[in-house]
Design a binder for this molecule. Structure first.
Ligand code: SAM
Length: 281
């Protein structure tokens, strides 16, 4: 095997998804750098891989990087794996890839499963353009702010979410993006209780809150982009717009919110005028 760092994707729940090349690379490498060596043992044992392992995450100290660098300098090869799926996708590895490339060594992909792409491929939502957002902030205020910045994005949005936060996140999405936005809950992909459910955000919230089983396991949430010519302003964007309009002329307030939300300035301006008129009446 040629010397270098191999970034190896592993299954997200079904060992049958492990590629033949991933097995060969992990068997032939001199060292496996794993996010969690104990977690990876199950996979390695399953495929009878006895390559030495070391722990690597992006907060590992310099000694971990030096150990990997020394192996490559000696003409060896190192395989990077995370707990599941493709390393670096909401997983450790970015610092290591940069470190290795900056020292002139090769970095080679061994592609395979990624939960985001697996969920997108069965979502039934547009796949021609999408934005991978990873995990939303855990604190409500920060989450709402992030969603507000995404509200006008017309491309499909992909989120990872922890099961104990799914209800709260759906609540924030309804608040910011509106209850009628279409979305898909992809849970436990490739596992026994795999669930792929498409509906409006309101329907998904009802689905999740009325069945506690839907608040378990691993979840990807795919959300349709804003309609190209969005004609609705979500409650949060409206509140921001109305507050700004107390400080600025309507045109300026609309321009600022258009910049932040991606919504059309004309739509926001017309919303303000309609609001003003409705108060006068
Ligand atoms: N690197 C991984 C990948 O390529 O998908 C993602 C790692 S990230 C730390 C873990 C998150 O991925 C989970 O919280 C969940 O949102 C998503 N995920 C992983 N496995 C999944 C599965 N089988 N079904 C649904 N989502 C999954």
């Amino acid at each position: 095997m040629d010397s270098g760092l191999y970034v190896v994707a592993t299954p997200i729940g079904n060992f049958g998804d492990m590629s033949q090349r991933a097995i060969e690379v992990l068997k032939s490498a001199d060292l496996i750098a794993a996010e969690d060596t104990r977690h990876s043992q199950r996979l390695l044992q399953h495929f009878a891989i006895d390559t030495p392992t070391m722990s690597y995450h992006d907060h590992s100290d310099e000694r971990a990087l030096h150990r990997i660098g020394a192996c490559l300098e000696g003409g060896g090869s190192v395989a990077l794996v995370s707990d599941a799926g493709t390393p670096l996708i909401s997983d450790p590895g970015y610092r290591l890839v940069r470190y290795v490339q900056d020292r002139g060594f090769a970095v080679r992909p061994v592609p395979g499963v990624c939960a985001a792409i697996a969920a997108l491929s069965v979502s039934g939502l547009p796949t021609d353009r999408f934005l991978y957002e990873g995990f939303l902030p855990t604190r409500e205020g920060a989450r709402v702010n992030r969603l507000t910045a995404l509200a006008g994005e017309s491309v499909t949005l992909i989120f990872y979410e922890a099961p104990h936060r799914i209800e709260a996140s759906l609540g924030s999405m309804i608040q910011v993006l509106g209850a009628e936005r279409e979305a898909v809950l992809a849970r436990e992909i490739t596992k026994l209780f795999e669930t792929i459910k498409r509906g409006t955000l309101a329907e998904l919230q009802h689905f999740v809150s009325s069945d506690s089983n839907q608040q378990k396991g691993e979840i990807v949430l795919i959300v349709a982009g804003a309609p190209k010519n969005a004609t609705t302003v979500s409650p949060d964007v409206a509140a921001l717009l109305l507050r700004l309009a107390q400080e600025l002329p309507a045109k300026q307030a609309a321009a600022v919110v258009a910049d932040c939300s991606g919504l059309r300035k004309k739509l926001l301006y017309e919303y303000l005028i309609a609001e003003k008129n409705s108060r006068v009446e």
